[in-house]
Design a protein around this ligand. Structure first.
Ligand SMILES: [Zn+2]
Length: 346
């Protein structure tokens, strides 16, 4: 068995998924479907079995990833096979009996996971591999958790009624997932390594690139001796895993809760940095904001900022989903239009 990389394994799995799905879908009779089943899911010589044999050639976390990818593929192909079998049986039944063939057919509704969910799950999986756990928190937060503890000055414009949805005098619909950073820091002493997915709310117009509710995902790492090197190395690793990006760049930025702060861009995959419509001619895609956790934030959460340091990042899975799936308008993600999800289902 030739040694293979996890990337090769994953692309083989994707190719197998496409080939098997196409074969099942185009099978016009029980016999051809059975041939397709034997080719892909055969117990002694199927193509899936060849892929399974590669799983034990990986070590450690990679073996886990390969095993999971294999199991997901197997489950989904078995489900597709069953669904197609039922379709063919009902067609065969219909042609045998004296039912009214002029009646409109009942469509098979086949759903799919929402693109934002898929993006979040993939991001979480990458950080899980390197020791991060998932943390969540309430969507209605006090001003203290949402702003004050995160080093927002009392007169910061984000706290304005025009920007933030207030539920009560001192309670807001969280404007970012960062309050969960404070809650994670309060929950126990460092080391802390968490990723925080969740929905956030802002008084933004509902247009092609804004929505008043959207998903965000953040990360936080706090320990003794954590430096900007850890931030750069970890986020670059993430960019390579998630985007297959060969290059990243960090640009200075400003956030109240980090100092120094940086935006990370990844090289545009479509044009490899040459500049195209997708990257607005820059050759780079803006992906996330990051920075070293401000000492005031650690102090507010009761963590000794003389002893501990940390870094954090935040990004918008919806924007990443738009890029990845070539969706031109963010509203499509929130419209609950079944035709959209059916289009993504295969
Ligand atoms: Zn480009």
């Amino acid at each position: 068995m030739p040694p293979t990389t996890l990337n090769d394994f994953q692309s083989s799995a994707a190719a197998l998924d496409r080939a098997a799905s196409d074969a099942f879908a185009s099978a016009g009779s029980a016999d051809t479907l059975e041939k397709a089943r034997a080719e892909f899911l055969g117990r002694t010589s199927g193509r899936l079995l060849d892929l399974q044999r590669l799983v034990p050639t990986f070590e450690g976390a990679e073996r886990g990833s390969a095993g999971r990818a294999f199991n997901e593929l197997k489950t989904s192909l078995e489900a597709r096979l069953d669904a197609r079998r039922i379709e063919l049986e009902s067609t065969a039944r219909a042609s045998r009996s004296d039912v009214d063939l002029t009646m409109p057919a009942r469509r098979q509704f086949r759903g799919a996971e929402h693109p934002v969910t898929l993006v979040i799950e993939e991001i979480v999986a990458i950080f899980r591999e390197i020791g991060f756990t998932v943390a969540t928190g309430p969507e209605a937060e006090t001003e203290w958790y949402n702003f004050t503890a995160l080093n927002f000055p009392p007169e910061h414009p984000a706290m304005d009624l025009h920007d933030t949805m207030y539920v009560a005098e001192d309670v807001v619909l969280r404007t970012h997932t960062s309050p969960v950073q404070i809650r994670s820091l309060q929950a126990g002493p460092p080391p802390i390594r968490v990723v925080i997915p969740g929905n956030v709310y802002r008084l933004d117009p509902f247009d092609a690139s804004h929505a008043p509710m959207f998903a965000q995902i953040e990360g936080l790492a706090v320990d003794e001796g954590v430096s900007f090197v850890d931030l750069k190395a970890t986020l670059t690793h993430f960019a390579q895993r998630f985007f297959g990006a060969t290059r990243t760049r960090f640009r200075p930025s400003y956030f109240p809760f980090t100092e120094p702060s940086a935006e990370m861009d990844v090289e545009c995959r479509l044009c490899k940095g040459a500049g195209c419509a997708a990257c607005k001619g820059t050759g780079w895609m803006e992906i996330l904001g990051s920075g070293m956790v401000h000492p005031n934030v650690l102090d507010a959460a009761g963590v000794d900022s003389e002893k501990f340091t940390g870094w954090a990042f935040g990004m918008g899975p919806a924007r990443i989903a738009l890029q990845r799936y070539g969706i031109p308008d963010i509203r499509v993600l929130y419209d609950s239009d079944v035709r959209f999800l059916e289009g993504l289902a295969r």
